[in-house]
Design a protein around this ligand. Structure first.
Ligand SMILES: N[C@@H](CCC(=O)N[C@@H](CS)C(=O)NCC(=O)O)C(=O)O
Length: 219
């Protein structure tokens, strides 16, 4: 049976980027469907009735939701090339731990940077740097979190890297000054075609966020 793969996505989403990269790594052809999150499509509401969020992967008519679960699903279904999780159960558990850490810890501080002002904004910057420093420890001297090639932790984090320009410009600070290893890692990831073609231009993200800030009355 021919595979039918569709992705409900929204271009600036770091969560959607994860799925785009995983599909590209595996060489899976798919239909990209852009969602308007202010006016969600009946398909999105039908496919993700619980969270009503993108990304949603629709594989042969069946939905899979939550980006890190989708990436693991992709790794299991298209298991003939480019493994995204390590093969040993302990290493797999560790990889899942750090993906969960990124999922639980990173988004809120980064959102505070562009969506709040004053003390909360400053706290967002500090918290984000603390988390990135912890991740630098995990990276150590490796090229990628996955070792010699990109794995699921790299895929979980790299979408945030495409927002760094926005955080730095709005927050008037340098992430590189605090976390140089993460910046070198991000540049390395971008040399992979699957990442380069899945991440939007950082300045386009910034322009988008400025529009959102205006709509929210922050600027
Ligand atoms: N934990 C989810 C987060 C997905 C998420 O936050 N998606 C946002 C876009 S970046 C969304 O669809 N928001 C719509 C809404 O909250 O109504 C995942 O990893 O897939």
């Amino acid at each position: 049976m021919a595979e039918e793969v569709k992705l409900l996505d929204f271009w600036p989403s770091m969560f959607g980027m994860r799925v785009r990269i995983a599909l590209a790594q595996k060489g899976v052809a798919y239909e990209y469907i852009e969602e308007d999150l202010r006016n969600k499509s009946p398909l999105l509401l039908q496919m993700n009735p619980i969270h009503k969020k993108i990304p949603v992967l629709i594989h042969n008519g069946k939905p899979i939701c939550e980006s890190s679960i989708i990436v693991q699903y992709i790794d299991e279904v298209w298991n003939d090339k480019a493994p995204l999780l390590p093969s040993h159960p302990y290493d797999r558990a560790q990889a899942r731990f750090w993906v969960d850490f990124i999922d639980k810890k990173l988004y809120d501080p980064t959102r505070k940077i562009w969506a709040t002002k004053g003390e909360e904004h400053e706290a967002g910057k500090k918290e984000m740097i603390e988390i990135l420093k912890q991740l630098e420890q995990v990276l150590g001297e490796k090229d990628y979190f996955g070792g010699e090639s990109m794995g699921i932790i790299d895929i979980a984090l790299i979408g945030f890297y495409s927002w760094f320009y926005t955080y730095e410009t709005i927050g008037k600070f340098s992430i590189e000054a605090e976390c140089p290893k993460i910046i070198s890692w991000g540049k390395r990831c971008l040399q992979n075609e699957s990442v380069a073609k899945s991440l939007p231009d950082s300045r386009k993200i910034y322009d988008f966020v400025v529009q959102v800030q205006k709509a929210m009355g922050i600027i």
